[in-house]
Every structure is written in structure tokens, then in C-alpha cells.
Design a protein around this ligand. Structure first.
Ligand SMILES: NC(=O)c1ccc[n+]([C@@H]2O[C@H](COP(=O)([O-])OP(=O)(O)OC[C@H]3O[C@@H](n4cnc5c(N)ncnc54)[C@H](OP(=O)(O)O)[C@@H]3O)[C@@H](O)[C@H]2O)c1
Length: 333
């Protein structure tokens, strides 16, 4: 085992898109686990759009020149608590570093599901999958045969949403993404029926072409113009599931497009947002739903796996710029 640890710090607040200059890799001696704690060597890291929100000077945001936080899976390499055994793999939130000191209260033991790759616990079985599952089953309350539109459809949440929606008996699936190549990937690989590049014209026009008969549910990862377009395309009793607003994270001061508020009343629409952290009680239900499908091959995790902790900042930036598909995960070499 190495005797040094690497940790990523944020060194400055970005305006617009962050760059590698807003981060630093800081080397330190390997921490000793305190009594009652354990030292974990991280194996997989999740980098997420909410980290971009935390880079701003907001309550609960990242402090400058301090270790960043994020979801990770790590192996216990030294333990001073009977509650964590050396060799066991745990989920915790002290990511963005090669090694972390954790207490038993801060970790979740990973269940062992034969044939399921570890990375899946950060993708379809992790917060990303749980977000899609909660959005579909609890917020949209999806019914069989209903037609969906999903924005940021090629990302982690967007791909999990399509895969789960199909397994739940959804009707037509339409997705939007940032390039023609990614739109092709959505229909060829992920299982969308139609997909468009949102750069190709006004969202209302593109959505009307892709879903000429309208939609029942909008799973919205983006906000902005696509949200306005979806309000127009929704059928009576349609639902808008507000998951995220990635169109605003890197463009402070962007004008928020308007939609006809009367549509909400006249079509009896429901718009509801949620935070996945308020639904962690559904984690076991997600395992019960998804694991058999993973094992049977009916469910494939969509992941971009980047090898090497030294690439974690680049992986984060690539995800923000839309250069990846599926859930982006960094893996230790
Ligand atoms: N409510 C919750 O608890 C919760 C939990 C997890 C995630 N989320 C939200 O869900 C959304 C998706 O998260 P994720 O982890 O799955 O990330 P992701 O979709 O894998 O990555 C973000 C993607 O957003 C797209 N994007 C970036 N800028 C955009 C813009 N201006 N307009 C439209 N699309 C843009 C890019 O893909 P393109 O190539 O398609 O542009 C990018 O790859 C985010 O808004 C996130 O904050 C919410």
C-alpha cells in the first residue's frame, strides 16, 4: 500500500464553466484511522452535476482549499472498529480523494448481488438510478403505456430513466441530448424511440416533431426552453417531474423561458420536484426491482468509466460539457 494520499480541493469560484484551474490535487501522508474509525482506499468515485452547484458560494457549498465531498466506493484497509472489517467494500460520501477516514455511521455496507459489477452501485443501483426510480414511480406515478419525454436523456439519470421506464411498461420514449451522435446512441443503444439534438432548433418545434401526438410525462433534468416546450406538448393530466436544472448551472443570469401558465390549469397538469436524498428509504425497493433485471440482462447499466484518480477533474468537466454518455464513474487503476 502507498504511504501518501491525494485529495482534490477547489481553489477558486468559477463564473460559468469551471476549468482544471479551479482545482488542485493535494498530496498528504496517509491518514491513520482514529479509534472507532477505519481507513478506506477508494476504488470508484462518482462525479455529479450537483458538484457544480456546490462550487458556487452557496449555503452547504464546497469550502475553498478543503477536501471535496462526493459519493465513492472504497475498501477498508485498516480498521479500529469491530463494526468495519478489513477487506470489506463500503459506500460513503468522502469522495474526490484516494483514501478516506470514515466511521461506521458514515458508511453503507454494499449488499452482495452475484453477477452485479461494483460500478453499478454508483450508477443504476446508486443515487443516479434511485433518482430515476423515484421520479418514475413516486413523482410521475407512471402508468403502463404512457409516453415520456426525457431531457439530458443520454446522461446517468436520463439513461436509467429510459431503461426503467421500459421495464415498467412505458409507451413511447423521446429523449433530447446535445449532439447528433448522442441522439443516435439513444435510439440505437439505450432504447429510446426518438431522440433529438436540442441545438437543432427551437425546443417546441423539435419536440413536436419527435412526439407529434404529445406526451404524458416529462422527466426534466434540464429546465429552460425544453421545460416550456414540454408544457405545450403535455396531454391532459400530464406530469412534469422536475429533477434538475443543468441548463442553468454553468450560465448564471440566463433568462428563464416562460410558458403559458393557463396550460397547467386547462390541461390539469402537475409539476413536482424532489430531492433523491429524501427518498433513501426506497433503496432496497430499487435493488428488488433492478437486480433481477441486471442479472437477466434485461437491464444494462449505461456508464462511462474513466481509469485513474488523476483524471477525476477531467471526468467531471467532460460530464458537464456533455462529452460522456451514461453515468460517469472514475475507477482506481
Ligand atoms: N433531484 C435530485 O435529487 C437529483 C439527483 C441526481 C441528479 N439530479 C439532476 O439530474 C440531472 C442529470 O444528472 P446526471 O447525474 O444524470 O448528469 P448527466 O446527465 O450524466 O450529465 C449532465 C448532462 O447535462 C447535459 N447538459 C449540460 N449543459 C446543458 C445545457 N445547457 N442544456 C441541456 N443539457 C445540458 C450534458 O449532456 P448533453 O450532451 O445532453 O447536453 C451533460 O452531460 C442534473 O440536472 C442533476 O442536477 C437531481
Amino acid at each position: 500500500m502507498t504511504d501518501t494520499a491525494l485529495t482534490v480541493h477547489q481553489t477558486a469560484r468559477p463564473h460559468g464553466f469551471p476549468t482544471a484551474r479551479h482545482f488542485a490535487f493535494v498530496e498528504s501522508a496517509l491518514p491513520e484511522p482514529p479509534s472507532g474509525g477505519a481507513l478506506v482506499e477508494n476504488l470508484y468515485w462518482s462525479v455529479d452535476p450537483y458538484h457544480r452547484e456546490m462550487m458556487d458560494d452557496v449555503p452547504g457549498g464546497f469550502a475553498l482549499d478543503a477536501p471535496l465531498e462526493g459519493r465513492a466506493l472504497g475498501r477498508v484497509v485498516a480498521s479500529r472498529t469491530p463494526r468495519m472489517a478489513e477487506g470489506e467494500v463500503v459506500f460513503h460520501r468522502r469522495g474526490w480523494r484516494t483514501h478516506a477516514v470514515v466511521t461506521p455511521e458514515e458508511v453503507r455496507r454494499l449488499p452482495h448481488h452475484d453477477g452485479v459489477p461494483l460500478s453499478a452501485y454508483l450508477s443504476v443501483l446508486g443515487g443516479t438510478g434511485l433518482t430515476a426510480y423515484v421520479g418514475l414511480t413516486r413523482i410521475a406515478r407512471l402508468q403502463e403505456g404512457e409516453d415520456l419525454f426525457v431531457s439530458a436523456a443520454a446522461g446517468g439519470v436520463g439513461t436509467a430513466t429510459a431503461r426503467f421506464a421500459r421495464l415498467l411498461g412505458a409507451g413511447r420514449l423521446v429523449g433530447s441530448t446535445g449532439s447528433a451522435a448522442k441522439a443516435g446512441h439513444l435510439t440505437r443503444v439505450v432504447g429510446y424511440d426518438a431522440a433529438f439534438d436540442y441545438h437543432d432548433g427551437p425546443a417546441a418545434h423539435l419536440l413536436a416533431e419527435a412526439a407529434p401526438d404529445g406526451i404524458d410525462v416529462f422527466m426534466d433534468n434540464v429546465g429552460g426552453e425544453q421545460l416550456a416546450a414540454a408544457v405545450e406538448a403535455l396531454r391532459p393530466h400530464g406530469r412534469i417531474v422536475r429533477i434538475g436544472t443543468v441548463s442553468q448551472y454553468n450560465t448564471p443570469g440566463v433568462t428563464v423561458p416562460r410558458f403559458d401558465h393557463a396550460d397547467i390549469v386547462e390541461k390539469s397538469l402537475r409539476m413536482e420536484g424532489f430531492l433523491v436524498r429524501d427518498h433513501t428509504d426506497l433503496q432496497d425497493e430499487l435493488y428488488d426491482f433492478a437486480v433481477p433485471h441486471l442479472r437477466s440482462g434485461r437491464l444494462t447499466p449505461d456508464e462511462t468509466v474513466v481509469d485513474g484518480f488523476e483524471h477525476i477533474v477531467d471526468a467531471f468537466l467532460d460530464m458537464l460539457h456533455g462529452r460522456t454518455t451514461g453515468k460517469i464513474i472514475v475507477r482506481s487503476r
